[in-house]
Design a protein around this ligand. Structure first.
Ligand SMILES: Cc1cc2nc3c(=O)[nH]c(=O)nc-3n(C[C@H](O)[C@H](O)[C@H](O)COP(=O)(O)O)c2cc1C
Length: 221
């Protein structure tokens, strides 16, 4: 018997009290800079047992303006921006070369929190991408060495062969270069923090970059 998708969807809720503790969020006490609040919320997501809080949606658009989205990992965030890494030759790499703007989205369901960022993206110098890759796991290096990201794959056997060779090389040569592996930095123009509320009085606090700093405003939920 097939699954009744709509019945299943109707049976589901967000922020079930058994799994979610919706913290209070007083926007008037929020710090002047979004990075500080992001860091605070990130640490709280980890402490709340949020699974994989360092994964995020990365939205880009192609040269025609057609949007695209996928999950990537956050490699860091500082005054220079939020950092992720990928192959410059991938679909997203091509889109970022054509239109160097993106949005990032985090959803931390354990606390009913969402964070959105948007702004221009720059790619870091090659040595930065290589250093980041070589500081990561053997699996990360093997995955990067496998290469061809977003190209059409002929068969799963082809992937198994390329991956086995990449793992072998990653173990033998932990500093193996992967020239296409690139660090990208999104420098946000706007950062929104969303705190879900059981009565649906969700708090939305948006930071907008100005000449010398940031403005803060509330948005209707
Ligand atoms: C949890 C998770 C983490 C991922 N992290 C990355 C990453 O950091 N970099 C990356 O290139 N792809 C990552 N991927 C794979 C991407 O989602 C995507 O499939 C791949 O980058 C190709 O995207 P594109 O065809 O739009 O370029 C991740 C996937 C998942 C599910």
């Amino acid at each position: 018997m097939g699954t009744d998708l709509h019945e299943l969807l109707r049976s589901l809720r967000v922020w079930a009290p058994e799994t979610t503790e919706l913290p209070a969020f007083a926007p008037s006490a929020a710090p002047a800079e979004p990075l500080e609040l992001f860091t605070e919320w990130f640490a709280q997501a980890v402490a709340a047992g949020q699974t994989e809080p360092h994964t995020m949606s990365l939205a880009t658009a192609d040269a025609d303006g057609m949007p695209d989205v996928r999950i990537v990992m956050l490699h860091g965030a500082d005054a220079d921006g939020w950092v992720f890494a990928t192959h410059a030759g991938s679909r997203k790499g091509g889109q970022l070369a054509a239109r160097p703007y993106a949005a990032l989205g985090f959803y931390w369901s354990a606390q009913g929190r969402q964070i959105r960022l948007r702004g221009p993206v720059t790619s870091g110098p090659p040595e930065e991408g290589q250093a980041d890759l070589h500081a990561r796991s053997t699996g990360a290096l093997a995955a990067a060495l496998t290469g061809h990201q977003s190209e059409v794959l002929g068969s799963t056997e082809e992937l198994a062969r390329a991956s086995a060779a990449a793992w072998e090389r990653a173990r033998r040569e932990p500093d193996a270069p992967v020239p296409s592996w690139t660090l990208y930095r999104l420098q946000p123009e706007e950062v929104e923090f969303f705190q879900g509320d059981a009565e649906r009085r969700h708090v939305r606090l948006v930071y907008r970059r100005t000449q010398g700093g940031w403005t803060r405003e509330l948005l209707w939920p």
